[in-house]
Design a protein around this ligand. Structure first.
Ligand SMILES: [Zn+2]
Length: 390
């Protein structure tokens, strides 16, 4: 019993497996037949979505077109030849995937792809300059346009130069359907500003500066990390700075000594009056000769107060036929002032005076044709223009 049953069982297994294998072979045979009628193709996918399906033998051409499209943005961006290009790629995820399609399938053409690549989501915004335009106003009149973006989009435009009517400027570049991002590193040599060390000097006037040492700019190497999208920079980051040459600080002596400067109107500080003869060459009113006038004449009634120009020491209180009654004050630092044709003195030789202190009165003494103050400034013994001081 046991043996017979076993044999029967074996037969059943044999028949069953023959049927199953037969079926498997038949099904795979049909599927293999179908397979022979399929065509090789490539799908052009953007962000996982199929845009075009092309014959497989056009895959290399698609690849070349995409490469050219990307390289076009690289050359448009006027990138320095020595820059290190780190990446040139689409911002969208673009894939070319091999697939099988039925033999009745209608393929897209290469032209469909090139047409799509030239499409813009937003067209470029160009502006034509008209008479009376200025770039600042153009930027002011528009939101999201600034002088910086105008410079970015028009790299050859000089913002400080005159712009002529008819010139076209790009206010906003086109936004293409396919965005290309270029990532690069570039090195620039830039100056390092120098500091100015100011040394206070009590012997100099507040208006005076003496350069003790000229400053010298230094130099640094700056590594920039730059992102360019569709031909225009979107991010420029300085990621590393190396000083190649340290700057040299400038040293300047700055005066702290108070003066009586001109305060407007007829107040010339040293006297209130009317300018009747200027510093420089003139024809002398008495001799008629062309002579150098070494000071300024300020006409004022006899007795008008005359004030010390700055703090100092009275070094002469004297009188002669030419200068009349005059006073000299030494302000230190090689600076002296003289006050001529006075009618009266209020100080003596050796007196210390402060800026604005009354020292005498206007007069018409010496070689003079009317009541006035002749005011002179001497720097290291030479006449200088009083206008640089009052
Ligand atoms: Zn004079």
């Amino acid at each position: 019993m046991r043996m017979r049953l076993k044999r029967k069982f074996k037969n059943t297994i044999y028949i069953a497996s023959t049927l199953v294998f037969g079926w498997v072979i038949t099904v795979s045979g049909i599927s293999a037949m179908k397979h022979l009628n399929k065509l090789d193709a490539v799908e052009f996918r953007v962000e996982g979505e199929t845009r075009f399906t092309l014959p497989a033998d056009q895959a290399d051409e698609v690849d070349l077109i995409l490469k050219k499209y990307k390289l076009n943005y690289l050359s448009k961006s006027s990138i320095a030849p020595e820059a290190k290009i780190l990446k040139v790629d689409f911002q969208q995820k673009i894939e070319i995937i091999p697939v099988k399609v039925d033999d009745e399938f209608t393929f897209n053409s290469i032209d469909d792809l090139t047409a799509d690549l030239s499409r813009n989501e937003v067209e470029a915004d160009w502006y034509t300059i008209v008479s009376g335009d200025n770039l600042w106003q153009i930027a002011m009149d528009r939101t999201d346009v600034t002088l910086t973006t105008i410079q970015d989009y028009n790299p050859l435009l000089d913002l400080n130069a005159i712009i002529y009517p008819g010139k076209e400027i790009l206010l906003k570049p086109a936004d293409p359907v396919y965005d290309v991002e270029v990532h690069l590193e570039n090195i620039a040599l830039e100056p390092v500003e120098f500091d100015t060390i100011r040394i206070k000097d009590e012997s100099l006037l507040t208006s005076q500066r003496v350069i003790l040492k000229e400053g010298i700019e230094g130099e640094k190497k700056v590594v920039y990390d730059i992102t360019i999208v569709n031909g225009y920079p979107t991010e420029v980051l300085a990621i590393q700075e190396t000083v190649l040459k340290q700057p040299v600080s400038a040293e300047v002596k700055v005066g702290t000594k108070r003066t009586v400067g001109r305060s407007g109107g007829n107040n010339y500080g040293v006297v209130s009056g009317r300018l009747s003869s200027n510093y420089g060459y003139r024809t002398h009113p008495i001799s008629g000769r062309r002579i150098f006038h070494n000071g300024i004449d300020l006409a004022a009634p006899t007795g008008t107060a005359v004030y010390a120009y700055a703090d100092g020491k009275v070094t002469s209180v004297s009188q002669d036929n030419t200068l009349g009654k005059y006073i000299t004050i030494d302000h230190g630092g090689g600076l002296k002032t003289r006050y001529l044709h006075l009618s009266a003195y209020k100080v003596s030789v050796g007196d210390k005076v402060t800026a604005g202190q009354r020292i005498g009165s206007v007069g018409n003494t010496g070689y003079s044709t009317g009541s006035h103050l002749h005011f002179e400034v001497l720097k290291n013994g030479s006449y200088v223009s009083p206008w640089n001081y009052i």
